[in-house]
Design a protein around this ligand. Structure first.
Ligand code: CMX
Length: 426
């Protein structure tokens, strides 16, 4: 951490001055307008947030600090986190330093396990995950220092502390939840010699004689980290954090948004849909059977999970990375073959259906069948994996936001009556 903190301490004053000067010079320049449709339509496309960790051009997909996600797929999540926060890839020394630092913070307090054990046995794993994080809020260094009168320019430092403490514990917490919720036996303790994601894979306790499951989890943790600032989880985290709620509050809140079926829960829905296909046709269906099944889904008023996106207008490069992994590791698997066939059929079906602006697969379309292949068959758990990774992005955005001393969010809402009057005035 010392290296990461050093790097930030070196960069932040310059960044702060640059943004301050920029805002002062161009304060009144208009960058976006809002239509009636946008106000009622989820603010789609309104440019009113700043996020420097990543961008999602509709025709390219996720780019993290200038590097397309496809070029980062063989990196460790720790390196991607360093990149997200600082804008630079770590050298070997900085990466090892960060890995060791996270290892030293990975113990989850006993009171968290007791809280989770007291929950109903059928609680959704995302509720357990979000609550586990919230339960640790009393550990917040930011809150302690704030109460002691910390200066605004120091906010980023204790937020970094909170984020590292939190991120370090997530694999232990999430793996413990998996084992508790699905009766897999006692928790498995962290191994100080393993990388963050490799250890997460090990603590889940599934058989991994080839080491490919650990590789899948490393890839999974890299691909889901960040997706610019306007998606529900990132934006929620930012909004809650803007009230100077600490990282535990803010990340837990973001995860509650991730738990929705139109956002991170789609990966669970996707696999359920693929399994329904497999059960109905007793294996991999023909293209015609699959096309008919898709139409039945659409005609019953449901969405095809894993397809469409609020921003993207091409195949999600994260889907491509998972697809390539599956083609290499489990090409013969029935569910993987169904997912591959769905990719062939669905874009045309959605185009013909004529509603979705993006007929292409998103990140959730392929990840579930890979997890299933390795024996992680409890698909209610899948969004937790998404959440562990997305916490890296949410935390990075929060650290940067604190570094810049961003203001509390408070956009103006208007009534429908106001809208009608504004439209009538022309
Ligand atoms: N299947 C059927 N209909 C779809 C669709 C899909 N996969 N994707 C979009 N549509 C429909 C919308 O429901 C909407 O219909 P109504 O006008 O009746 O409300 C219409 O097409 C227009 O929607 P859009 O502008 O193309 O998409 P949005 O920006 O409103 O929503 C998203 C984006 C992702 C919520 C939507 O595509 C969807 O529901 N996809 C399926 C769920 C999914 O995969 N979510 C995961 C997204 C990635 C993530 O965050 O994890």
């Amino acid at each position: 951490m010392a290296k990461l903190k050093e790097k930030l301490a070196q960069k932040i004053p310059q960044l702060r001055d640059e943004i301050k000067g920029f805002v002062k010079e161009h304060a009144n320049k208009v960058i976006s307008e809002v239509s009636v449709a946008q106000a009622y339509g989820g603010m789609r496309g309104v440019k009113a947030l700043v996020c420097d960790t990543s961008v999602v051009p509709p025709d390219k997909g996720l780019i993290i600090r200038g590097t397309p996600i496809g070029e980062l797929k063989d990196q460790l999540p720790e390196a991607v986190f360093y990149l997200l926060v600082t804008g630079e890839m770590p050298d070997n020394e900085a990466l090892e330093d960060l890995k060791m630092d996270l290892k030293s913070r990975s113990k989850v307090p006993d009171y968290v396990w007791k809280t989770l054990e007291a929950m109903p046995k059928d609680s959704h794993p995302m509720v357990m995950f979000s609550l586990g994080i919230l339960a640790m809020e009393k550990e917040s260094v930011f809150k302690k220092k704030y109460n002691e009168g910390m200066k605004k320019i120091e906010y980023w430092d204790s937020t970094l502390e909170d984020c590292l403490n939190l991120i370090a514990k997530l694999p232990t917490l999430a793996a413990g939840i998996y084992r508790m919720r699905f009766n897999k036996g006692p928790r498995i303790e962290p191994d100080p010699n393993l990388d963050w994601a490799g250890d997460y894979a090990r603590m889940l306790g599934l058989d991994d004689s080839t080491g490919e499951f650990a590789n899948l989890i490393r890839l999974y943790m890299v691909l889901h980290t960040d997706h610019e600032g306007g998606n529900v989880s990132a934006h929620t985290c930012h909004c809650v954090g803007s009230a100077l709620s600490d990282a535990y509050y803010a990340v837990s809140a973001g995860l509650n948004g991730l738990a929705g079926p139109l956002h991170g829960l789609a990966n669970q829905m996707c696999l359920r849909w693929a399994i329904m296909v497999k059960d109905k046709f007793g294996g991999v269906p023909t293209e015609d059977q699959l096309r008919q099944f898709a139409w039945d889904t659409l005609k019953s008023g449901q969405v095809i999970p894993g397809y469409g996106h609020a921003v993207l207008r091409v195949t999600d490069p994260r889907f491509t990375a998972f697809h390539e992994f599956g083609s290499r590791v489990c090409a013969e698997d029935d569910l993987f073959q169904i997912v591959a066939k769905v990719f062939k059929i669905i874009p045309d079906v959605l185009r013909e259906h004529g509603k979705a602006k993006d007929p292409w697969p998103n990140v959730d379309a392929a990840s579930g069948c890979l997890l299933y292949h390795f024996g992680l068959t409890e698909f209610e758990y899948y969004t937790v994996l998404f959440g562990v990774s997305r916490a890296l992005g949410m935390c990075s955005q929060l650290i940067v936001s604190r570094a810049l001393g961003e203001a509390i969010e408070r956009p103006k809402s208007v009534t429908t009556e106001w809208m009608k009057q504004a439209v009538a005035k022309g």
